[in-house]
Design a protein. Structure first.
Length: 150
């Protein structure tokens, strides 16, 4: 209808409305990105600097210990090879990385799932075993040639 006489003046309003909706969505996204995040009532930080501020605020170094533990496990698994500063390997693609901060309150396995597995094991006269693979992603190989810069 915007092509008909009398309605053409409303085409500007339509464009303005679309622009206003885009601006509102961008404002919501910005608010979402910068709003504090809580897991199980604990403030989760977004970067290393905020981590140190929270540790200082609470008078402990629990988050710092968590970071050190994670970085030590990366070193332990020989995840990365140091080729020297300023060296760019030929045929490799640079990728970004970041640390994801979170609080894990419970196990991934549900109680119902555990009961079902134990029931099936008992029903089939099998021995039930359990294990936890910490940092399984560090043990995985990739067929892509990638590098990171610390």
């Amino acid at each position: 209808m915007l092509e008909f006489d009398g309605w053409k003046k409303f085409s500007r309003l339509e464009k303005w409305q679309k622009k206003l909706l885009r601006m509102a969505n961008q404002a919501k996204l910005q608010s979402f990105r910068t709003a504090p995040t809580y897991h199980f009532g604990i403030l989760i930080h977004c970067n290393h600097k905020h981590t140190m501020e929270l540790d200082q605020l609470h008078g402990n170094n629990l988050w710092h210990k968590s970071e050190v533990t994670e970085l030590d496990s990366i070193d332990e698994c020989n995840t990365f090879q140091d080729v020297g500063k300023g060296t760019t390997p030929k045929g490799y693609k640079k990728i970004g990385y970041h640390i994801v901060y979170a609080v894990k309150h419970t196990s991934v396995v549900s109680l119902r799932g555990l009961r079902l597995c134990l029931f099936l094991a008992e029903l089939n006269q099998l021995e039930a075993w359990s294990t936890d693979i910490g940092n399984a992603y560090l043990e995985a190989y990739t067929d892509k040639k990638v590098y990171v810069i610390d």
